[in-house]
Design a protein around this ligand. Structure first.
Ligand code: DAH
Length: 347
């Protein structure tokens, strides 16, 4: 038969029981609340009627003590976490699209041009966008009164004066031909270089013109470089860029820094030469200017024109991209309309 002593014994045991972990908490619950205290309640019926009151009160005290202790430790240790929706992967949900940007069509075109020339031994050189008159004009054999120097074409930053002083005028470069001069001033032939970059002209923005655009300049200087070398190089480029059936033709032209000079047309790769609105029904589209480097230009860079000859060419990257991808408005390149840009995803 259970006695008050038994209750006190269990009470002592419950008081001494150390709860530090979740396992000990569970064990306490099992041993005391469900186990020993439950068993003591069962004993009440065997206790003498006159002792039932004190015995019952003692067990109740014990039960309250045990429950308080349990609660206290539950609060500090924490209840086992219920599985929440967080962290559960719902494999039936649609995938969140992983959107990447696309390479800009002008970058694509520039990279392609550079790649074609790199494979035949050209390196890449760059020059400043803010340039002096010497590199942009004078060294390139532009006479001092040439109309291209006038304000309507060129964005001047500093105007120094007249005559020789003009060489120190500072402007935004109007073409990448300025990089030719910088390369030749700093390097001895043989030179085979390609200079892509941004150029600036004071033009109203329209579908066909912009005040900021891009060019690629090419320069080859060595002993015995001929017009035939230039023609073959540009023919090779045109086939690589526009397709292997492309033909080229050179039309006589004029640039101050080349003599003789020419403009390069390629057979229209849209209609194959039959005539369409891209080639204005002529079967040919113009892609660049070129020529043999003028001896004055070589001399301006301290390269002996008696020993060396060279050819140069220059093309607009926007123009090549517009032809290749059939883009009919120059402004699309700078508007950053993602509907336009995303079309170059797979190129
Ligand atoms: N610099 C010329 C322009 O902006 C393009 C050009 C023509 C570059 C002939 C050349 C060249 O190197 O030989 O219109």
């Amino acid at each position: 038969m259970a006695s008050l002593n038994d209750v006190q014994g269990v009470q002592k045991e419950a008081e001494d029981f150390v709860i530090e972990t979740r396992e000990q908490l569970e064990e306490f619950k099992r041993t005391f609340i469900k186990g020993k205290i439950g068993a003591l309640f069962q004993e009440i019926r065997n206790v003498a009627p006159e002792d039932k009151k004190t015995f019952g009160a003692a067990i109740n005290n014990l039960k309250n003590f045990a429950q308080d202790k349990l609660k206290k430790h539950q609060a500090s240790i924490g209840r086992p976490k219920k599985k929440s929706a967080q962290g559960v992967v719902d494999t039936t949900l649609p995938v969140v699209p992983h959107t990447l940007g696309t390479v800009h069509p002008l970058t694509l075109t520039r990279n392609r041009i550079v790649e074609i020339f790199e494979r035949i031994g050209f390196n890449v050189s760059e020059g400043p966008e803010v340039e002096d008159d010497w590199h942009n004009f004078s060294a390139l054999n532009f006479p001092h009164n040439h109309p291209a120097r006038e304000m309507q074409d060129t964005f001047f930053i500093e105007k120094q004066g007249q005559g020789e002083d003009k060489n120190d005028d500072i402007a935004l470069r109007t073409h990448t031909s300025s990089v030719q001069i910088r390369v030749m001033e700093n390097q001895e032939p043989p030179i085979r270089t390609l200079s892509p970059g941004r150029v600036f002209r004071n033009e109203a923005i329209s579908a066909r013109a912009h005040c900021v655009f891009h060019q690629v300049e090419g320069l080859y200087v060595d002993e015995n470089v001929s017009f035939a070398d230039m023609k073959q190089t540009l023919y090779h480029f045109s086939k690589e860029m526009f397709g292997k059936n492309t033909k080229i033709r050179l039309r006589p032209s004029y640039f101050p820094f080349t003599e003789p000079s020419a403009e390069v047309d390629v057979t229209c790769f849209i209609c194959g030469g039959k005539g369409c609105n891209i080639c204005k029904y002529s079967g040919w589209v113009e892609i660049m200017g070129c020529g043999m480097v003028d001896p004055n230009v070589l001399a301006n860079c301290n390269i002996d024109p008696e020993k060396y000859t060279g050819f140069a060419f220059g093309m607009g990257i926007e123009r090549i991209a517009m032809l290749k991808y059939q883009i009919n408005d120059l402004r699309l390149f700078t508007e950053n309309d993602v509907r336009f840009l995303r079309q170059f995803d797979k190129m």
